[in-house]
Design a protein around this ligand. Structure first.
Ligand SMILES: Cc1cc2nc3c(=O)[nH]c(=O)nc-3n(C[C@H](O)[C@H](O)[C@H](O)COP(=O)(O)OP(=O)(O)OC[C@H]3O[C@@H](n4cnc5c(N)ncnc54)[C@H](O)[C@@H]3O)c2cc1C
Length: 283
């Protein structure tokens, strides 16, 4: 059972950060859905729910997502979903159930960088940044690779672009962890690809590592998807390393093709409006 010797609910992320530095074993509490599974005694539990980090703000250039925003809040945010082509919504869709997703937080999910995470994979190929009290601002991909030491994650910032994107995963059964997950995104004339649940932490490919031009040929697509095959996979009870390598190639191809087939958000909205127009009754 998880026990706290002391529980604190600071008013600001800075207070939370100071408390975290004061005690080596102090622990930040997000939605506590993962934390509560552990069997240990934590001397100081620092609950971020009073720090005002539970809002999604849309500015001209970005969506600014507080660390305490729940998965449910973000998956149902229409403007964010539209811009990101639903990759976050698709990524979290099969995580346990609605009640669970209304408690688990985006910050707790991003900070923990779990190997099986669908959330990390969905956010990685977007233009995503994280803001920490302590370590400052860094690209999400750098945080996933390198991490931040005992910092408070305040916000996730997803910059606005005309994204084409798609999330794909395979689960052996509904609500199980993904056996493998992939998210592809095209923005600023460059493709970005994340492959997670390998079952280790997600890997991220872009630029020369992915080598996929915007208007790719079939051969270039095949070569890029083959790159995903060699990302070093592991074996667990959900699948062997060989099976995951096959899946990575297949799901990468599906994700890239699905994203490449999308038109701009404006075109899709105009098409939907046209389809919904009331029609006169023909004689
Ligand atoms: C049974 C179960 C099944 C799941 N299945 C899936 C799945 O299929 N796919 C998937 O992607 N995820 C899955 N998850 C993970 C889930 O989606 C959340 O990512 C997870 O619960 C963490 O979010 P939380 O808000 O509960 O964080 P918490 O449990 O509160 O915290 C997790 C860790 O992050 C730290 N932390 C939290 N917030 C911050 C912050 N703002 N700054 C710094 N550190 C912080 C905590 O100290 C802790 O170490 C599952 C979880 C459970 C319990």
């Amino acid at each position: 059972m998880l026990k706290f010797e002391q529980y604190v609910r600071p008013d600001t992320p800075q207070e939370a950060f100071d408390l975290l530095q004061e005690n080596r074993l102090a622990t930040i509490i997000g939605g506590m859905m993962w934390l509560r599974l552990s069997d240990r005694t934590i001397p100081v539990g620092i609950d971020l729910s009073g720090c005002g980090l539970n809002t999604i703000e849309e500015t001209d250039g970005a969506f600014i997502i507080g660390a305490m925003v729940t998965l449910g809040q973000l998956e149902n945010h229409e403007a964010f979903k539209q811009m990101t082509r639903g990759v976050f919504t698709d990524g979290v869709h099969d995580i346990i159930g609605t009640q669970f997703r209304n408690l688990a937080t985006v910050g707790g999910s991003a900070y923990a960088r779990m190997g099986f995470s669908d959330i990390v994979t969905a956010l990685l190929p977007l233009d995503t940044w994280c803001e920490f009290t302590g370590a400052g601002t860094m690209r999400f991909a750098d945080f996933v690779n390198g991490g931040a030491a005992r910092d408070v994650l305040e916000r996730i910032v997803v910059k606005k672009h005309d994204y084409r994107a798609s999330f794909q995963c395979l689960r052996n059964s509904a609500t199980d962890f993904s056996t493998l997950n992939v998210c592809a995104a095209l923005w600023e004339n460059e493709w970005h690809l994340a492959v997670g649940a390998r079952p280790k932490k997600a890997k991220f490919l872009e630029g020369d590592d992915l080598a996929l031009p915007v208007g790719f040929t079939n051969e270039q697509l095949a070569a890029a998807c083959e790159n995903a095959r060699y990302l070093n996979y592991g074996t667990d009870r959900r699948g062997s390393a060989e099976y995951r390598a096959e899946l990575a190639e297949l799901l990468s191809r599906r994700a890239i093709q699905a994203a490449a087939a999308q038109s701009s958000v404006e075109e899709e909205l105009a098409r939907a409006a046209e389809a919904n127009k009331p029609r006169g009754i023909s004689q």
